[in-house]
Design a protein around this ligand. Structure first.
Ligand SMILES: CC(C)(COP(=O)(O)OP(=O)(O)OC[C@H]1O[C@@H](n2cnc3c(N)ncnc32)[C@H](O)[C@@H]1OP(=O)(O)O)[C@@H](O)C(=O)NCCC(=O)NCCS
Length: 174
């Protein structure tokens, strides 16, 4: 496979196969079981922040994210999950997916992007820290499997490093 064989595009809301492919990929590899409602929540509200990687028509990677106002004072992006089919790993597909989602969130005025990952997930931690995410918290027994998580943040604007209580009121933030 050549990296130029991989095509990246946002979820096509008119193609139900896209959502099914994402669910199938994620269910295979994520330790936490996600219900269909989780997928609906992310995919129906932020289809532009669900990006698929396809190789010859087959979905081989996907990222799911959302972007919302946090505490009414800053725009916070959240990466829910990123997965790459085992046979296609270590070739930069996840990195490209994360960078595409960051680009899209920056266009939509994100102040920061956060996520959680298991402390034992070296691949995910390597992926995000190489992009510039910082560890800000360790969450004790965050997952159903009892594993701890790290919360990581990618600060984008100065607002990300100012406590919510000190930020100006909502009218002035958009
Ligand atoms: C984590 C995952 C998405 C990485 O996908 P990938 O396509 O193989 O990652 P990439 O090839 O884009 O690698 C990007 C970076 O991550 C690092 N990385 C990838 N796999 C790694 C591993 N096993 N150990 C350490 N670092 C790793 C690479 O060093 C690379 O760094 P670079 O900036 O120097 O190139 C993939 O392993 C996966 O699907 N895992 C299961 C699902 C999961 O755990 N998702 C994350 C939590 S939601």
């Amino acid at each position: 496979m050549n990296m130029s064989d991989i095509i990246y595009h946002p979820l096509d809301a008119n193609n139900p196969q896209d959502a099914l492919d994402v669910k199938r990929l994620v269910d295979l590899d994520i330790s936490e079981p996600y219900s269909i409602y989780v997928y609906r929540f992310f995919l129906s509200q932020w289809p532009n922040l669900c990006i698929l990687a396809k190789c010859e028509g087959k979905t081989v990677g996907a990222i799911i994210a959302k972007l919302e106002r946090h505490r009414n004072v800053r725009m916070r992006g959240y990466i829910g999950m990123v997965v790459v089919n085992r046979s296609y790993r270590k070739q930069g597909i996840a990195k490209k997916l994360v960078n595409l989602v960051i680009e899209e969130m920056v266009k939509e005025k994100a102040d920061e992007i956060i996520l959680e990952t298991e402390v034992i997930n070296e691949a995910a931690i390597g992926l995000y820290e190489n992009i510039g995410f910082l560890r800000v918290k360790r969450l004790h027994r965050y997952y159903l499997n009892q594993h701890d998580a790290y919360r990581l943040v990618l600060p984008i604007t100065d607002k990300s490093s100012i406590r919510s209580a000190f930020l100006p009121p909502p009218d002035s933030i958009i």
